[in-house]
Design a protein around this ligand. Structure first.
Ligand code: SIN
Length: 294
């Protein structure tokens, strides 16, 4: 990963790596006015760094959707645990918030911790990317951490790489990362029978061709064909590698921040925060063209 800022060619705009295990900040960019040449630079930086941060944006929902669509078609937002589906008129926008209006939560995940996960990996074709835009941020807490799943794969001992080659993992569709039951789903806590979708445990990124462990989320995960005890033991081993702090980079949010991440080679988690403060984020999900492949 390059450590020095890179000029992108547009006046004053630079790509500045975080210096951590992943991520770069794109400085001096107005996402409402990105031409094709500059978009190609952003795309390249995203593939190199897995995650991009853009600060001081002033985007309407329509502008957030328009920028997201530069990367591909958008998936509709999942149903929130309150039963609300999406922002009126914008089915692509998922609201992540602890704010309650007229007794109803306006978004998902509340103010609690969200555990490590990859967005919507319980789908046959999960979104390749997510974009999270901060409208309101709490003064402290609610930081989001992202990790580098290429580096997690590369750090595995050769023997462990051999053991997981060709295996498939069930990604749970029962609970979201905040521990809330998804709408319309019956609570099941047996990983062997819980609803979910199988994906290869090691996937090759269709664009970079690099390999990554694809874990999705820990709860109700199950490695097909193994006994539950064998599956749990292998998953524990893999999660020890994947969730190491040195593979992660954390972001403290300010209003106007937008983070774009690649769901095919990262996971993320969020700290809890004071429920009395407000945190309002709008997220889009960019549809992948292909299902995860080994
Ligand atoms: C998410 O999991 O997409 C939301 C993360 C966050 O609230 O920071």
């Amino acid at each position: 990963m390059h450590m020095s800022p890179t000029e992108t060619g547009k006046a004053g705009t630079t790509v500045v790596p975080t210096g951590g295990a992943l991520g770069a900040e794109i400085r001096n960019a107005d996402l409402r006015t990105i031409d094709d040449r500059y978009f190609a630079v952003i795309l390249g930086a995203w593939h190199d760094h897995l995650l991009l941060l853009f600060r001081e944006q002033e985007l309407s929902d329509e502008e957030l959707i328009a920028f997201s669509k530069r990367f591909g078609e958008l998936d509709w937002a999942p149903v929130q645990e309150s039963g609300r589906r999406f922002v009126e008129g914008h089915p692509e926008i998922y609201v992540v918030s602890n704010v309650v209006e007229n007794g109803v939560a306006i978004g998902s995940l509340g103010a609690g911790e969200a555990t490590w996960h990859t967005d919507m990996s319980y789908m046959e074709v999960p979104p390749k990317a997510s974009m999270l835009y901060a409208l309101e941020a709490p003064p402290s807490g609610g930081d989001t951490y992202f990790n580098n799943m290429y580096a997690a794969y590369e750090s595995l001992p050769a023997d462990l790489k051999r053991r997981i080659e060709g295996l498939s993992l069930k990604h749970d569709g029962t609970y979201n990362s905040g521990g809330y039951l998804r709408q319309g789903v019956t609570a099941v806590d047996d990983p062997m029978t819980s609803p979910g979708v199988y994906h290869p445990l090691v996937c090759t990124h269709p664009e970079t061709r690099r390999r990554a462990i694809y874990l999705g989320r820990r709860r109700n995960a199950y490695i097909g064909g193994l006994s539950l005890a064998e599956s749990e033991s292998l998953l524990e081993e893999l999660w020890l590698y994947a969730a190491r702090p040195e593979l992660a980079w954390g972001h403290k949010w300010r209003p106007g921040d937008l983070v774009l991440w690649d769901n095919r080679c990262t996971m993320h988690r969020r700290d809890s925060f004071d429920a009395a403060s407000r945190r309002v984020m709008h997220r889009t999900q960019i549809r992948d063209e292909v299902a995860p492949r080994s």
